[in-house]
Design a protein. Sequence first.
Length: 575
Amino acid sequence: MRRSIRVVLVFICYLISSSYVYADLAITNYYNQNGQIDTSHFSNGQVVNYFYDKNGNLTSKLLNVNLVNNPSFENIKDNSIIADGWSTWSDTKSQDKFEVVTTPVSSGRQAQKISSTGMPTGSGIWALQDVVVEENKAYVLSGQFYVEVQKNSQVQLLIQFFDVSNNFLGSSAASMPSGIYQSYMTLPMTGKIPTSATRARIHAGLKATGTGGSGSFIVDSLSFRYEPDGNRLTNGGMDSSTAQKIADGWSTWSDTKSQDKFEVVTTPVSSGRQAQKISSTGMPTGSGIWALQDVVVEENKAYVLSGQFYVEAQKNSQVQLLIQFFDASNNFLGSSVASMPSGMYQSYMTLPMTGKIPTSATRARIHAGLKATGTGGSGSFIVDSLSFRYEPDGNRLTNGGIDSSTAQKIADGWSTWSDIKSQDKFEVVTTPVSSGRQAQKISSTGMPTGSGIWALQDVVVEENKAYVLSGQFYVEAQKNSQVQLLIQFFDASNNFLGSSVASMPSGMYQSYMTLPMTGKIPTSATRARIHAGLKATGTGGSGSFIVDSLSFRYEPDGNRLTNGGMDSSTAQKNS
């Protein structure tokens, strides 16, 4: 059982780094079974997690993007029917039951079970929690649900919004599809917090759709987070893991009958503090080993599925992303796959795929794994930053909006490079931004002619595709330098095939401008390296700029606008 202590800070407290500063905030500290601080919940809604080594020494502190308290129901008072931090509500006047269970779970040791019978039409039974929110923020609310039965009822996620005077401002709901799945599925919903909202009430429960409604389900791994990209996966960053073998929210599957191994690792990672490693040897032709997750989907939605992969070895095998679609009766409707190119890259690369969810689909099964292409197949890889999102523009970059950052220096999914030996600086900033919450700032002074400083990302590509690469740039200064977008292409043997560049015009604009470039991916290209940076055009070059809303997409029409379809919006007023 976890203990909590509430204290009020009347001074400034620095946590993690100087970027996270809290003044005059109330804090609730939660402690683990060893008496160590496990999490700190601040009155502004932010959460900090603490991590310890086997000797009990504090090793790291991490700002947790999940605003829900006790999201996996691990903490409970003795003999309680509901997990700590959660309340119950019902208007069914029926046979309601709340129970904390130890099996099945999708993360940790426990989950919350809810059931009812004889429910009047329109009535409901809910586990709920109030969360402090910020107006006009884009959010994702999700949970993993194990449905045992639904009869004249729907298992639902519900969010309601209120202002400081407790006036109701609106609500949104998402429902599990009909049927009994007897396995965990992620139920996600995305939206924008209304203007003036200060509180959200999060519900997981059962709603009667007809007389005598009944149902039973288990919920685990609830998450409510600010996320402009709208990632619909549970634990896509692999940063939560109860077992050493597989990250929370993910399952394993294999038909290899070989030497399979799943392992959660702390290095190398592309975001957060952990990633998922998968390896196998002696695989029969056509067999596979997979980490997988089921997600509730909406038919006919355009989607992007992507992940960052660090390939250690591929022999008679391919590292793949696979998505399969099913209807409410569990009929198979189709699938799509994307594969890492051959070779050992020993660095993270984004593997993206785009498509449209089939008509009648209610469920997608997301896979990251290894498929044998020949006898005795073997391979080893690490995957991080998995994302599944509805996105009509089809942006193929990981974290193009720069809104996820574990370190202060560089956004998640991006790397840094410089040949300057000068005063280089990378910094994730919160103002000014063109979308979301954050942007990437890059600056340097004393640059030799021809030198450069870059933020970069490798992306798997398809040869001969027409593309648009663009970003929004806020130039603060350029002196003997140019702010640039650069793309380089390589084949499967890492041979350089060519590059293209676009530069911001000279001057100091102090406002965001879209810098676009179009082209065609060269024949035989399997990888593109995307750069945003500063190139010295003369001795003692210097400059400073901020970049946001980076996008790389296949687009034969060559639309050079950022968000021309208006499908991405952080604020209510402007896209």
